[in-house]
Design a protein around this ligand. Structure first.
Ligand code: MLT
Length: 412
């Protein structure tokens, strides 16, 4: 018999959203008459923009012709998409098309990028956090066993609670890698430019690397909230940025994302003689991706390109507006109940502080049974998420309105 990677045994039994899906399925089977409103996982519900559909039709037709057929694509993604990304999203920020790596999802990118770092690297994550950051490091062996406090012994946790307005303090211990997600999943909080600058300055001082997950940047509405970490001076020497078409363009099913890896970002490699040398992350990620990944399909990259066209941008803006209206309604419904709410302004997520003493899995059950609404318990995102609950604005407008009505009559 062969031996497994025992680090996997340190993981929770199942991934958060698989666990929720399992519980909801069981409830639904036992109560088939109840119409459930699903505001749990951040999955989009609106049809794809028509510019995206048209682009895909054209690309599919091309694939059926001698002149238009494409096999393997370029390793980092097609130039048409990488150029469109730079022109649309990174003008004046120093990035160029060669620094863009197109992929089939930010979840895989953010889960895989840690492979470039030594196994004894110390990572820092916010708590609560998108579970992929912690779990992918636990799989690699950086987490160790989970303690009684629900935290992995090897990970530095940065608590984000109502006390600090869900904005983490700088770590007390030096991390090699800092995961930041802004606008934040799950709390919906944001960092202003001044706040993000603190992190960039800290990373420069400490020679740490920031993994900046900006999957929700398209939802930013306020002027002093950055869309990209590269809006902050000096970030190109310390940060990689993960972007996604899933939420802002509705690609959760289609799958397309990209990572920006600046050529100006270097880390150290220890050599056998004890000396260290500088190595660029750009070359390493290219090596990793060209070995383990064959690229996002041509048709999908054409679809992604369409979201950067004037028509596509207008259509995406309208999708985003509708989701943010939902988020605003959810936010107001809980505020009317006298509860503290975070998010829903620059983010599709609304993070609710439950009445003192309410545990989040019990609230999950109560809301499911009492109002037929599926949400996400804060504890699922980390110990500091206990006592909080997340709902998303990604539902259909009519369903969200119905959920808000149901909430009026729901007491806990
Ligand atoms: C979430 O609900 O937190 C997200 O949908 C997860 C994801 O994007 O993978």
């Amino acid at each position: 018999m062969s031996f497994i990677n025992v680090n996997y045994l340190n993981l929770p039994g199942s991934y958060l959203f698989s666990e929720i899906a399992k519980r909801v399925r069981a409830y639904s089977e036992a109560n088939p008459q109840q119409k459930l409103i699903r505001l749990g996982i951040g999955d989009v519900t609106s049809p794809l923009p028509s510019s995206v559909i048209k682009a895909m039709h054209r690309a599919v037709d091309e694939q059926g012709t001698d002149s238009g057929f494409r096999g393997y694509g370029p390793e980092q993604g097609y130039a048409f998409l990488r150029d469109a990304i730079i022109a649309d999203a990174f003008q004046g920020l120093g990035a160029d098309a060669e620094e863009i790596f197109v992929s089939d999802g930010a979840k895989c990118d953010v889960g895989n990028f840690q492979e470039l770092f030594s196994l004894d690297s110390k990572i820092a994550i916010t708590d609560p956090v998108y579970p992929v950051y912690a779990d992918s490091n636990v799989m690699a062996g950086r987490g160790g066993p989970v303690g009684k406090d629900g935290r992995f012994a090897g990970i530095i946790y940065l608590p984000c609670t109502a006390k600090n307005n869900f904005i983490p303090d700088l770590p007390k211990e030096r991390p090699d890698i800092i995961y930041l997600c802004y606008p934040n999943n799950p709390t919906g909080s944001v960092l202003t430019r001044t706040e993000l600058k603190k992190w960039v300055d800290y990373a420069r001082e400490q020679e740490s690397v920031i993994f900046f997950d900006s999957a929700y940047e398209a939802f930013v509405a306020e002027d002093d909230v950055p869309h990209s970490i590269y809006e902050i001076e000096g970030a190109r020497e310390v940060a990689v940025e993960f972007r996604s078409y899933s939420k802002g363009a509705g690609f959760t099913g289609l799958r397309c994302a990209y990572v920006v890896v600046p050529k100006t970002l270097f880390c150290k490699a220890q050599s056998a003689n004890g000396k260290s040398k500088k190595v660029g992350l750009h070359g390493l990620w290219l090596r990793r991706q060209s070995t383990k990944y064959n690229g996002c399909p041509y048709v999908v990259q054409r679809a992604a390109e369409a979201t950067h066209s004037p028509e596509g941008k207008k259509e995406c803006a309208s999708l985003i507006r509708a989701y943010m209206e939902n988020a605003g309604r959810i936010r107001s419904a809980f505020a009317r109940k006298g509860l503290e709410v975070c998010g829903g302004i620059n983010s599709p997520y609304v993070w609710i502080s439950l009445p003192k003493g309410t545990d989040s899995w019990s609230f999950f059950d109560a809301l499911l049974k009492g109002a037929g609404i599926v949400g996400t318990p804060g504890a699922g995102f980390g110990p500091s998420g206990e006592g909080c609950f997340r709902l998303t604005g990604f539902g259909r407008a009519a369903d969200t309105l119905e959920a808000v009505e149901r909430l009026e009559g729901f007491s806990f």
